[in-house]
Design a protein around this ligand. Structure first.
Ligand code: KIV
Length: 315
């Protein structure tokens, strides 16, 4: 089947997938928020169908089969539905919303309330991808209990399927507690933007032996604490290759080279919508910011010169 599809959102359409735990085919109603129409049905659809719901278990299988995992970010319904239509495997509701959506200089000001709002609208749009909510700064550091409640809110209120949090060995007791409560956790190592004021620089992490060894130890600790995947941000390719080979869970790279089990980018960066900061690891797949500017300028001109609205656009 061709992987290229046209965007055709059809609210209310049904969706089939295999439950990786039981093997039964699931019929998921498009409106996940309604929560009433999830019923198990039989269908001939194979486990690797493009419509198969992505679960944490499926990501594990993808690593085992060396099938790359494609991940991107979303903060709103429109972006999330297009990403899901494009068969992106994991949609992260990242706290990068703080910079590319809300216009802050860092991700630090994002609150739980704001993240839950973004996560809720994304989860409503998505049927196939695994949706992960990013625990913002100070939502998981103060105590394990607070972290657990905030992680729980992502699943219970926003209806996402997993959470992500930044940090290494230090956050492992927190991860263990959250996972024990039935909430899948994605780790995040290397450049961890919530700690930017501690480090004072966005330079590549793990470039000396001490830092590299710490990242390797952190990755193993996250795996042992129960993390289902680990984001590796801005570390040398060779270190990412070593981490990927030394853990059973998938690694998802951003500025970490080609050897990771999957890749993630901030959608606004790869679409050319956000240009304030342009790291070298971002490949631009579109120049939508420029196209939008030109469209707005043309519209303005048409209004000023009374060429909009025309006869066909009037009643
Ligand atoms: O917040 C985010 O979007 C992220 C990704 C860059 C991994 O953490």
């Amino acid at each position: 089947m061709s992987r290229r599809r046209t965007w055709n959102p059809a609210p209310g359409r049904g969706f089939f997938g295999i439950d990786c735990n039981t093997g039964a085919t699931l019929h998921l109603n498009a409106n996940r928020g309604g929560g009433s129409a999830r019923s198990e049905t039989m269908s001939g659809m194979g486990k690797n169908s493009s419509k198969t719901k992505v679960t944490t278990h499926r990501l594990q299988e993808m690593k085992a089969k060396s099938e790359k995992i494609a991940c991107l970010t979303a903060y709103d319904y429109l972006m999330a539905s297009i990403l899901d239509e494009a068969l992106v495997d994991v949609i992260l509701v990242g706290d990068s919303a703080g910079t590319v959506f809300a216009g802050h200089d860092t991700t630090i000001p994002m609150t739980m309330q704001q993240m839950l709002y973004h996560a809720g609208v994304v989860a409503r749009a998505v049927q196939r991808a695994l949706v992960v909510g990013d625990l913002p700064f100070m939502s998981f550091q103060a105590s394990v209990e607070e972290a657990l409640r905030n992680a729980g809110a992502f699943l219970k209120e926003a209806l996402v399927e997993a959470v992500k949090l930044e940090g290494g060995e230090v956050v492992c007791p927190t991860i263990r507690r959250i996972v024990d409560a039935g909430i899948p956790v994605m780790g995040h190592l290397g450049l961890t933007p919530q700690s930017i004021h501690k480090f004072g620089t966005y330079r590549t992490r793990g470039t000396n032996e001490e830092e590299a060894n710490q990242i390797l130890a952190d990755a193993r600790a996250l795996q042992d604490a129960g993390a289902f995947a680990i984001v590796l941000e801005k570390i040398p390719s060779d270190l990412a290759r070593r981490v990927t080979a030394s853990v059973r869970v998938p690694t998802i790279g951003i500025g970490a080279g080609p050897h990771c089990d999957g890749q993630i980018l901030v959608s606004h960066d790869m679409l050319g919508l956000y240009s304030r900061f342009r790291p070298r690891f971002v490949r631009r797949y579109a120049e939508f910011g420029q196209q939008m500017l030109e469209a707005f300028q043309r519209y303005r001109e048409d209004v000023k010169t009374s060429s909009f609205p025309g006869k066909d656009e009037s009643y």
